[in-house]
Ligand binder design. Sequence first.
Ligand SMILES: Nc1ncnc2c1ncn2[C@@H]1O[C@H](COP(=O)(O)OP(=O)(O)OP(=O)(O)O)[C@@H](O)[C@H]1O
Ligand SMILES: [Mg+2]
Length: 387
Amino acid sequence: MTHTDEIKSLKAENRNLKSRIKELEKTEIELKKTERELIKNEKKFRDLVDLLPQTVYEMDLQGNFKFTNKYGIQSFGYTQEDIKKGVNFLQLFVSAERKRVRTNIQSILEGGSTIGNEYTSLRKDGTTFQSLFYTNPIMQNDEAIGLRGVVIDITDRKKAESDLKESRDQLRSLASHLQTVREEERLIMAREIHDELGQALTALKMDLIWMQKRITPEQKEQLNKVHTMSQLVDSTIQTVRRISTELRPGLIDDLGLQAAMEWYCGEFQNRTGIKCNLDLDEEEHPFEQDRVIAVFRIFQEALTNVARHADAKNVFVSLHFNSETLSMEIKDNGMGITEEQIFSQKSLGLVGLRERVNPWGGTVIISGIKNMGTTVKVILPIQDGKE
Ligand SMILES: Nc1ncnc2c1ncn2[C@@H]1O[C@H](COP(=O)(O)OP(=O)(O)OP(=O)(O)O)[C@@H](O)[C@H]1O
Ligand SMILES: [Mg+2]
């Protein structure tokens, strides 16, 4: 290579280097710009996270906090200083919860469900609150390097839930108490009507017979009067019997549930013209009177609904026992109840049906098929399902 050629090549190299330097300078400017953008974005993200009225956090695999938003620090009663000095995740829970927290974290790291977990959380000052933790693993090159999540304070929600449950329980006990009182009153009224009125009427009837015997055949007018009075007393005795039996079918107490159902079915058929078909297990059952009455009242109310609403020709009633449950079904072949009617708050009769067996953990399921009929199914456990 000649001297001139060498100079030429050096100059070319110099040019190349200069342009490389320019390129590098440009790249550096771009990198700086990107870095500024990143810092800006990071700040924006932190500001937003600090605005959140819920705790947001990040921690390493040992449970040391790497980041917490303002709300998180405040709600757990710590300071930034505390976090800098080191606070461990487990310190946020009452000791009884820690084992469960560890197990849940392990399961999240192993790819398990990250749906919320409820815990009793512990503040720095020792006070507690109800919390809901949503946690996700932080992944880097397919490996978990920590966890991040959100904590929601659910104390108010829990309180509202328990208040609601308490007032529902109160309503239930009130409903059940009212049923008991109503049954007791019915029983007393049935007995009073039957005994007092029944006896008075029988006495009246006997007096009329006494009078009848002492009236001469010539006293036709008096005889007729006594005769009509006697008829009126007879029909009043019948009415008194009917009223007292409707208030409390004595058959339930004397001959048991099945006999009372058979009797009521016959009455229902005569009264409504709807054929009532029974399929009853005849064996003895271990239920005390309260439950028997509840079952009978459901049966009665379901039949009343058939007569009032179903436009049915037939109703089929079955009653079976096994070692665990009593099951009863009342099925008609009428127009069929709709879902809306079943679940309507206005269907107080149906609400009453369900409440009847509630004290013993029983269930009533009502269903209907359009133009095919309605079914009321009752399941009552032999052992108490509830206290
Ligand atoms: N066997 C049935 N066939 C068709 N519809 C029914 C049947 N039973 C109930 N329903 C419908 O469901 C509604 C709610 O029944 P529910 O027993 O709660 O009230 P109700 O019979 O109208 O009044 P009550 O409070 O006097 O019982 C009824 O109004 C009726 O429309
Ligand atoms: Mg009804």
